[in-house]
Design a protein around this ligand. Structure first.
Ligand SMILES: CC(C)(COP(=O)(O)OP(=O)(O)OC[C@H]1O[C@@H](n2cnc3c(N)ncnc32)[C@H](O)[C@@H]1OP(=O)(O)O)[C@@H](O)C(=O)NCCC(=O)NCCS
Length: 165
């Protein structure tokens, strides 16, 4: 059964909370999650299998700085490695580009899935990121450029008979 990706709805709260609690025991808490979900500047997207929420991603877009920030990404343990995290991340990239953002950034715990992000084009932009987690660990900041323009190579002008005269 294919994964369905759609915007967060109020009735998704319990499952999103459960996924967060299980995925981020040492880093996130319910208060932080509530803030993210209530913030109108954030785009929260969920992935569902058989109409049940199995993953979600919260994105903060800032069209003034052209930077989009991934607050949280998590997939429930049973459904990991089925491409759901990758699907949510591709959706976030599309959302960021739609809002005019050229860079996607995120903070990751030192024990977090850094190689997963690197496979998807992220690099470590700063060894010390912006977040100090609940367990006292400082994050690393990862970044990815979103190339949404086209690069044109100008064609050589044809020499005309009058050229150079
Ligand atoms: C990181 C996470 C979102 C990935 O979601 P997912 O649905 O399993 O990812 P996908 O199925 O799209 O990707 C699978 C690929 O990533 C690899 N992968 C999965 N988890 C990984 C991890 N923790 N570290 C490195 N690689 C990982 C798989 O080996 C697979 O590789 P392949 O494509 O070469 O076979 C998920 O593992 C998760 O929720 N982890 C706990 C919460 C977390 O750490 N979130 C990130 C916070 S910054």
């Amino acid at each position: 059964m294919p994964v369905n990706i759609r915007p967060y709805r109020e009735k998704d709260w319990e499952l999103v909370k459960e996924i967060t609690e299980k995925s981020f025991k040492n880093t996130h808490d319910e208060k932080y999650l509530k803030q993210i979900i209530a913030d109108p500047q954030r785009i929260v997207t969920v992935a569902t299998k058989r109409q049940r929420v199995v993953g979600f991603l919260a994105l903060h877009v800032n069209p003034k700085t052209f930077i989009a920030y991934v607050d949280t990404l998590a997939v429930t343990r049973q459904w990991r490695r089925y491409g759901i995290g990758g699907g949510l991340m591709s959706t976030a990239e599309t959302q960021a580009k739609k809002h005019g953002c050229t860079t996607l950034i995120l903070d990751v715990h030192v024990k977090g899935p850094i190689t997963w992000y690197q496979k998807r084009g992220f690099t470590v932009a700063r060894q010390r990121g912006f977040v100090k987690f609940k367990d006292g660990t400082q994050s690393k900041l990862l970044a990815k450029g979103l190339y949404w323009g086209e690069v044109f190579t100008p064609k050589k002008r044809k020499k005309t008979a009058s050229a150079g005269r």
